[in-house]
Design a protein around this ligand. Structure first.
Ligand SMILES: [Zn+2]
Length: 258
């Protein structure tokens, strides 16, 4: 599943193509959106801004119209220079935006909507999300407040995946963050101090920010999918196990994560 850094990287690649520009072509090949008339409704409008919050991406057009995308498990964004072949089948394209021969393509949805509500209502929707892990300045106070309001018996690894606590962290960065801070992801939230919760975010944020710039993780993961192999910090064998209601696999080192 794409995490916040993947979405931020997609936005970073789209901005030089679309921001401040009126797209030459807008197409919605997905039959689901054939009747929505988005090309007509967005015709002649410039993309004022491309924003992200966690795993959500917003193409904000002039006049208060915003295309909102969430990739969930299946979707991807592609940004192609003139003449470049798409990385996926055209049959999977849900949205195509062209400008100066460059193409921005959304494949496989699965959540794509044109939001016409006012900015205030729009912001209220976003307010349900926790602070964006990739924000220029992370809002630790809000994160800690959300975490303390959550189920205290829940494992910290599971709580980090809840987008209401912090937006943008997925399964990879949850595991990596807990390792960086040497915190066992199975510990109930009630036993995790504010300093430890902060250390998890501070441990993963620089690596996520770097990945948002380059589109890939620098170096190898420390624990993610490294079960059965030795921990780089203490040498103990890394373990894997399903956690939380969604049974997402978590990876941790029993030697140094306490
Ligand atoms: Zn270890």
């Amino acid at each position: 599943m794409p995490e916040g850094d993947t979405i931020a990287y997609a936005a970073r690649r789209m901005r030089p193509v679309l921001e401040g520009q009126v797209p030459d072509v807008i197409r919605t090949p997905q039959p689901r959106h054939a009747m929505d008339r988005w090309p007509e409704r967005l015709a002649g409008r410039a993309v004022a801004q491309i924003r992200t919050h966690g795993k959500h991406l917003f193409l904000c057009f002039e006049g208060g119209l915003t295309l909102h995308s969430h990739l969930r498990m299946t979707g991807t964004w592609g940004v192609y220079a003139p003449g470049r072949r798409w990385g996926r089948s055209p049959r999977l394209a849900w949205l195509v935006l062209e400008r100066g021969g460059h193409q921005v393509v959304q494949f496989n949805g699965p959540l794509l909507e044109l939001v016409t509500e006012s900015r205030t209502r729009f912001d209220r929707r976003l307010a349900g999300l926790g602070p964006d892990v990739l924000a220029a300045e992370f809002d630790f106070a809000r994160f800690l407040a959300r975490l303390r309001a959550d189920d205290h018996t829940r494992g910290i690894g599971d709580a980090l995946l809840d987008q209401r606590n912090v937006a943008g962290i997925g399964n990879i960065w949850k595991a990596e963050g807990c390792w960086e801070a040497a915190v066992d992801p199975w510990r109930p939230v009630s036993s995790v101090s504010d300093a430890e919760a902060r250390a998890i975010i501070e441990g993963l944020r620089p690596r996520m920010l770097a990945s948002a710039q380059t589109g890939r993780m620098a170096g190898e993961p420390r624990v993610f999918r490294r079960h059965g192999r030795p921990c780089a910090r203490c040498g103990a064998t890394i373990l894997a196990g399903g956690q939380g209601d969604d049974n997402r696999t978590t990876f941790w080192c029993p030697g140094c994560q306490r």
